[in-house]
Design a protein around this ligand. Sequence first.
Ligand code: TRP
Ligand code: SF4
Length: 406
Amino acid sequence: MNDGLAHSQRVLSGMRPTGALHLGHYHGVLKNWLRLQHEYECFFFVADWHALTTEYDNKEVIARSGWEMVIDWLAVGIDPAAATLFIQSRLPEHAELHLLLSMITPLGWLERVPTYKDQQEKLREKDLGTYGFLGYPLLQSADILIYRAGLVPVGEDQVAHVELTREVARRFNHLYGREPEFVARAEAALKKIGKKDSSLYLELRRHYQEKGDREALALARALLERQQNLGLPDRERLFGYLEGEGRVILPEPQALLTQTPKMPGLDGQKMSKSYGNTIGLREDPQAVEKKLRTMPTDPARVRRSDPGDPLKCPVWEFHRIYSGEATRAWVMDGCRSAGIGCLECKQHVIDGVLAELAPIRERAEKFSSNPGEVRKIIAEGCEKARTVAGQTMQEVRQALGLVDII
Ligand code: TRP
Ligand code: SF4
């Protein structure tokens, strides 16, 4: 068994390129990435193959919005010196792992993923009875496992995909992590990490195996992470030896649920392109201002003299994000006593949103007018990703016997 404790401090997440990013992406996802990039080794990628599973008839949008999305990431402050940025389709290794995982993934596991039926119902106008769409979550598993990521920041709707990834990894390790002389090899590997660490490892292993002490397991894993002169196969053996009798070739990841509050849209529903209630990260300031001025308020406030209730007004949700305590108190009082007008109230939100977007727009323009730089960032990111993905694939091919043996 391999529980939820993260094997590695590596973070991986992807985003589907389906159109211009908006404030919902910024507050819901990107702010989280901004924090993570300084805390962990991060890989962020454009999930263009994933976009094709539903937008297969829309290739222009996907190609264009992939690059625009990278510009948006850079504009909000994702730093290519801190995080590795790449495009999924540039790494055919993902497809290879997806194919190999498909050999051992029961159809029922995929059919039971909740997004499968949900999305088919939601996007009724589209034929999603395709092979690629059913395999979508498994492709996501390949994305995650190929980097041996420990943590996967995702929204609630994606947790089931990470769960599937864990099951697939477990099955894979169970089937292919077995090898003759496993214990002897693990013991030989142990000799390579020095006396002090190896006796600590054995003590922690005993604590975990005899008493189920998860903290000991986490400590032992951290100890292995620190080892410099341990090759991958030996590392896998020692990870596996902590828990059982086989190598851990593909470690189980953990979902990192995004905690940031959901950014509401202009109408109070979740901000989403399909609801037409978004504010784009690069939208022109006049357009943004107009959208906010005309957004609905508490319907009880027909006239300026009618009192209202911020809790029934979508503008209030924006104040929660953009206004300080003093302004929020002013809104609460002023709205309930009809002491302030809605336009006055909205002005604070307008100022806050415009102030937030101005530097983003400026940086985006800089990158837009310098596509060579963006291309270079992605080329370097793809190279780094390829190094890691390539290593995993070598291990995987070896474990499946897909190597020259004569
Ligand atoms: N499925 C994710 C989404 O729709 C995008 C994605 C693809 C992803 N591969 C991933 C997210 C790997 C995290 C890890 O948002
Ligand atoms: Fe909404 Fe502000 Fe108008 Fe009250 S005063 S209804 S919170 S916009």
